[in-house]
Design a protein around this ligand. Structure first.
Ligand code: ATP
Length: 586
């Protein structure tokens, strides 16, 4: 049910403030330091009053010396408490934001695949960086400043009333005006801030996609086009920021006028009272200093309030994600024993991608792969081959039918246990930035160097890796840019070998490697497949001919099953595929 905006605001504000709860001990010390420091600053006008009314009038230089030294001492103590307060609040705030980033990242990693189809990478990283940054200022120094100036404002107003009730009536008009304006402004700001953050997220997405795909951008000479896209998004965020700034300008100007206007009125009325003998000049000086304190405090508080409202706007985007429950069912009592035989069966599987519900990517697909068997999936582009791989690894759940492994519905398994039994090698494998070792060890964390070397050997990769001066420690670029296509594939195969899964899902590369590299990759794949149940998305005739069986898909349906020889006997999709040379020879 949709909540009203005000309800949501206070909910998010509460949520932001609840972040500081676990740190109450440190915050109590910090708050104590804050009140000591703020209390001391309230002494200052009293010192001015004593100096003007008593010491100066009496012409007592020794008393003035005592007063001066005393004040220096007191302010030294104040400085210590100010430093303590600053340190504690800042560190606790940074801690809170670090924790927030961690839980946001972990919430992100838990989301189902469909979520990532729906959200752009840049948009998500923007939440991790820009939005949490906006929250940082609100929960760090702002809380401390808020308390400090809040105390100063309340203490100041109390002293003002005690000093002169008559003059303080001016405050009764000014203070509610300031507070009312601040609340109104804060509400507008929260809305605008959310819009600014959304626009920043859009521009981050564009930037990330252009930088990630810089080779494509360059090869099409589309730098200008990308620049225009980015400029457009940035300008949009700037336009909203400009509205926000205009609003802020009115607000800051108004508050400043209210503050100084109050002082002018007090100076005016107060001077009349001094002339009338209702007040001493020292009392008026002290009164004006307290009014300044209150005015400054209210000014700072309204600034903090606006920052806080900006943070509430950004917080909405962050909490939305942290609270999002992955749309992914896990069995109540999932199986934790790893699949053993690796028998895979699809039974009447119908599947539509959540982002494209109108198209059935797979329709009533059934076939099985017996333990240790190699089955080649063949079919025209878009026929659903990769979708089968996605479902076997349970990246998505089918809407109808089921996938069974070792006879059990894969939804009965603990997803991590299930996936640890399935090895996948993609067409264009993704390697992470870092060393070759860390990329291979990704297959089984904690594996020793000898096991890594064995895996690289088995994947025909050790020869080139050992040729690098740094060997296993060789750092590869963000996406392994410094390795050739064939080398990357062999490192990815080594990673899968180290994982040692019962079931393999291979997506054969369509782009031809040079003959030698091709042979090395092929041999590595053969080794990887030995003794494992394998589903291979095949694009090469030789792979298909070597498979135990072939499953032919067309527009999401299984249209033929059998061995290469059997299928060549017919004159259906398979034969046409082979004859139209859509399958690579060799
Ligand atoms: N993440 C996704 N979200 C929405 N639709 C998708 C997604 N991935 C694939 N599809 C759609 O599902 C259908 C099957 O795609 P799939 O990738 O399984 O085909 P394929 O046989 O592997 O094709 P190719 O040989 O070209 O890789 C296609 O219509 C495709 O557009």
């Amino acid at each position: 049910m949709a909540k009203r905006p005000t309800e949501e605001t206070s909910l998010n504000a509460k949520r932001l403030l609840s972040l500081i709860k676990p740190h109450w001990k440190g915050l109590s010390v910090a708050t104590f330091a804050l009140f000591v420091a703020a209390g001391i600053s309230l002494l200052y006008p009293q010192a001015a009053r004593i100096a003007i009314d008593d010491v100066i009038k009496a012409g007592q230089t020794t008393d003035m010396k005592m007063l001066g030294l005393g004040l220096l001492g007191i302010f030294a103590v104040q400085a210590f408490f100010v430093a303590l307060r600053y340190y504690l609040f800042t560190v606790i705030g940074d801690r809170i934001v670090a924790d927030l980033r961690k839980s946001l990242f972990s919430a992100l990693l838990a989301q189902e695949m469909g979520f990532f189809d729906d959200n752009r990478t840049g948009e998500l990283t923007s939440r991790l960086t820009s939005d949490t940054q906006a929250i940082q200022s609100a929960v760090t120094t702002n809380v401390s400043m808020g308390l400090r100036y809040g105390a100063q404002a309340i203490g100041g107003v109390a002293i003002l009333f005690v000093t002169s009730v008559k003059l303080s009536l001016v405050m009764i008009v000014a203070v509610p005006l300031v507070i009312g304006t601040a609340f109104f402004y804060g509400r507008m700001l929260r809305r605008l801030s959310r819009k600014v953050q959304d626009a920043i997220a859009d521009s981050t997405s564009v930037a990330e996609e252009s930088i990630g795909g810089i080779r494509t951008v360059r090869s099409f000479a589309r730098e200008e086009h990308e620049r225009e896209n980015y400029d457009r998004d940035i300008e949009r965020s700037f336009d909203i920021a400009k509205i926000r700034a205009r609003l802020g300008a009115f607000f800051t100007g108004g508050i400043t006028f209210l503050g100084y206007g109050t002082i002018a009125v007090i100076l005016w009325l107060g001077s009349l009272m001094v002339i009338d003998g209702q007040m001493t000049p020292g009392e008026l000086a002290a009164y004006i200093l307290y009014t300044l304190f209150v005015a400054v405090a209210l000014g700072v508080l309204s600034g903090l309030w606006t920052d806080f409202m900006k943070a509430v706007g950004a917080g909405e985007r962050v909490f939305e994600l942290i609270d999002r429950l992955p749309n992914f069912d896990v069995a109540d009592d999932p199986r934790h024993d790893a699949p053993k035989t690796g028998h895979v069966a699809l039974e009447g599987v119908t599947f539509r991608y959540p982002t494209r519900p109108e198209v059935a990517a797979l329709a009533d697909v059934s076939f099985e792969v017996r333990p240790g068997e190699k089955v080649a999936l063949v079919g025209p582009s878009g026929s659903g081959k990769s979708t089968v791989a996605n479902l076997v690894a349970r990246f998505y759940d089918p809407q109808e039918g089921r996938v069974r492994i070792d006879g059990y519905d894969i939804r009965d398994w603990d997803p991590d246990v299930l996936r640890s039994a399935i090895g996948m090698v993609a067409q264009e494998p993704v390697l992470f930035s870092g060393s070759i070792r860390s990329n291979v060890v990704y297959g089984r964390l904690g594996a020793g160097d000898d096991e890594v070397v064995d895996a690289l050997r088995a994947a025909n990769a050790w020869e080139f890796v050992s040729d690098f001066p740094d060997g296993l420690d060789t750092v590869i670029g963000e996406r392994g840019v410094r390795l050739s296509g064939g080398q990357k594939q062999r490192v990815a195969i080594a990673r899968a070998i180290l994982k040692d899964p019962a079931i393999l899902v291979l997506d054969e590369a369509t782009s031809a490697l040079d003959v030698e590299s091709e042979a090395l990759v092929q041999a590595a794949l053969e080794k990887l497949m030995e003794g494992r149940t394998t589903i291979i998305i095949a694009h090469r005739l030789s792979t298909i001919a070597n498979a135990d069986r072939v499953v032919v898909l067309d527009r999401g349906r299984v249209v033929e099953k059998g061995t290469h020889q059997e299928l060549m006997g017919g004159d259906d999709v398979y034969r046409r595929l082979v004859e139209s040379q859509q399958l690579l020879g060799g």
